[in-house]
Design a protein. Structure first.
Length: 161
C-alpha cells in the first residue's frame, strides 16, 4: 500500500489540543531504521502494531507502508529487541475540513517537538490549513521518527547558541 502524507511543524499557539477528537499515548521502536526499509514496533493505547515502510520518493510525499495489528504482549516483547532510542509521544487526532490531522506532542528525549501529519489520497490534494500549522517539513528526514530515535530533539537544542 502506498502512503501519501504531508508533515508540518506545529506552532505553540493557538492550541490544537482543545479541538482533538482523540488522544493516545504511543511508544515505538525500530527493529530496523535503514531508510530503504524501516521496521517499526508500536504500542498505541492498548494495541500493538508492526509496520514496514519503504524508502520515500524524492519529494518525501509518498512511500510503501504495510501495517498489521499484533497482540500487545508481542509488541512489548519486540520493543525489547529494538535499536536504542524509543520514541514516546501523545497523538491527537484533529479534524480540519475534510481531513484528520495527526498532531504529535513528543515526550522524553524529543520533548518540546510538535509535529502534524495529514494523509492524502493523491499528491496534489488540497488541504485546509489550521492556524496552529507551521512550516512544512515533508521530505525532511530530520523529522522522521526513525531519525529522532537516534538524534533526539533535545540534542538539537544543546547545539543552538
Amino acid at each position: 500500500m502506498q502512503e501519501i502524507e504531508r508533515k508540518f511543524l506545529i506552532l505553540e499557539a493557538p492550541d490544537f489540543r482543545k479541538d482533538a477528537l482523540s488522544k493516545n499515548r504511543i511508544v515505538q521502536g525500530y527493529l530496523n531504521s535503514a531508510p530503504e526499509r524501516t521496521v517499526r514496533v508500536r504500542i498505541r493505547g492498548e494495541k500493538g502494531f508492526l509496520t514496514i515502510k519503504g524508502k520515500s520518493t524524492s519529494d518525501g510525499l509518498s512511500r510503501f507502508e504495510w501495517e498489521r495489528e499484533i497482540p500487545l504482549f508481542e509488541a512489548e516483547e519486540l520493543l525489547k529487541l529494538c535499536e536504542t532510542g524509543v520514541i514516546e509521544k501523545y497523538r491527537y487526532e484533529v479534524r480540519v475540513g475534510k481531513h484528520i490531522f495527526e498532531a504529535d506532542e513528543f515526550l522524553g528525549e524529543n520533548e518540546g517537538l510538535l509535529l502534524a501529519e495529514v494523509e492524502l489520497k493523491e499528491k496534489n490534494e488540497k488541504i485546509e490549513k489550521p492556524k496552529w500549522l507551521g512550516e512544512e517539513v515533508t521530505g525532511n528526514q530530520t523529522y522522521y521518527n526513525s531519525f529522532l530515535s537516534k538524534f533526539p530533539f533535545k540534542e538539537w537544542q544543546k547545539e543552538r547558541p
